[in-house]
Write a protein that binds this ligand. Structure first.
Ligand code: HEM
Ligand code: HEM
Length: 243
């Protein structure tokens, strides 16, 4: 394959053989820049706090005896939820900004080449590898095609739903006319009534929870069985190849 066709395939599928070859001789390729890595781990932390506190908002702990003002447990749970919600929402905005400012791997999360045949072929290959039906996966400098699909359609779109429904509910607490109500209040009539917003927000937690379980499993499995570094790449930014 010549350099031009391999570069266009790289754009279409994330498979970049020439960079892989280059990576082999220089041992590593710089893939994830510092803002992407920082966002990844901060976002992961915020989501863990959001899921635990969100679950406790939906299924509160049994009542505690005594004056409410002397313990304030539900208040602390909601405070932790809202504080990490700001980290999550501002982080997501920053990550979208970095898709424009960063290198081309920073755009992979948002640009899935769904109209390219080669992309779907690579995705099928990766799916067969995950299902133990293929003996060997391909090598990818950025995200693999299946990861790209799941990260955009399952993680990113659900994250947007969580921000819009979350701030719509938050606007109810801040009262009519507040900034959150003016920016996100329209979500409530769009979904029906406030309970519907709670239900969608609640279901979104389980979608994100399933994503995290599958994502961490895939990251650990690829790190052990795949042909390139995975978890250390999200720490150092560098991809190294095993063969
Ligand atoms: C991954 C992100 C998030 C997860 C997993 C999550 C999870 C949850 C869950 C499960 C509930 C309980 C819903 C119910 O059963 O009624 C909840 C409530 C709520 N969440 Fe989130 N949430 C997230 C993001 C956000 C964001 C970005 C905001 C924006 C401020 C937000 C604001 C709220 C509010 C205001 C409530 C209602 C609190 C109450 O009724 O006391 N959430 N969240
Ligand atoms: C709440 C938890 C987590 C969420 C929501 C999450 C989400 C994501 C997202 C959206 C990306 C794409 C990054 C980008 O292109 O900007 C990503 C990449 C990645 N995540 Fe996570 N992550 C979580 C936890 C973890 C954990 C615990 C690990 C380690 C075991 C991990 C390992 C990775 C790796 C290695 C990549 C890069 C994969 C590749 O090189 O193709 N993540 N994650």
């Amino acid at each position: 394959m010549n350099a031009t066709s391999s570069a266009s395939l790289a754009d279409a599928t994330g498979t970049d053989e020439s960079a892989v070859e280059h990576g082999r001789s220089v041992k590593s390729v710089y893939v994830y820049e510092a803002p992407v890595r920082l966002w990844h781990w901060l976002n992961a932390l915020a989501i863990v706090v959001l899921c635990i506190t969100g679950y406790l908002i939906g299924s509160p702990l049994p009542s505690v005896g005594g004056e409410a003002s002397s313990h304030f447990i539900m208040g602390y749970i909601r405070f932790a939820h809202f504080a990490s919600a700001y980290v999550f929402a501002v982080g997501l905005l920053g990550r979208i900004y970095w898709a424009f400012a960063g290198n081309h791997h920073a755009r992979e999360l948002f640009t899935v080449p769904v109209f390219t045949g080669a992309y779907w072929r690579e995705l099928g290959l990766m799916l067969r590898w995950y299902l133990f039906l293929a003996p060997r996966p391909s090598r990818y400098v950025g995200h693999n095609p299946l990861a790209r699909f799941v990260m955009f359609f399952v993680f990113f779109l659900t994250a947007l739903v969580m921000v819009f429904t979350g701030f719509a509910l938050y606007g109810e607490g801040l009262q009519a006319g507040s900034w959150a109500d003016r920016l996100f209040g329209w979500v409530v009539p769009l979904l029906g009534q406030p309970q519907d917003v709670h239900t969608v927000h609640h279901l979104g937690m389980w979608v994100i929870g399933c994503f995290v379980i599958f994502h961490v499993y895939a990251a650990v499995r690829e790190d052990i069985m795949g042909r390139q570094s995975i978890i250390s790449t999200m720490v150092s930014g560098y991809r190294t190849f095993k063969d």
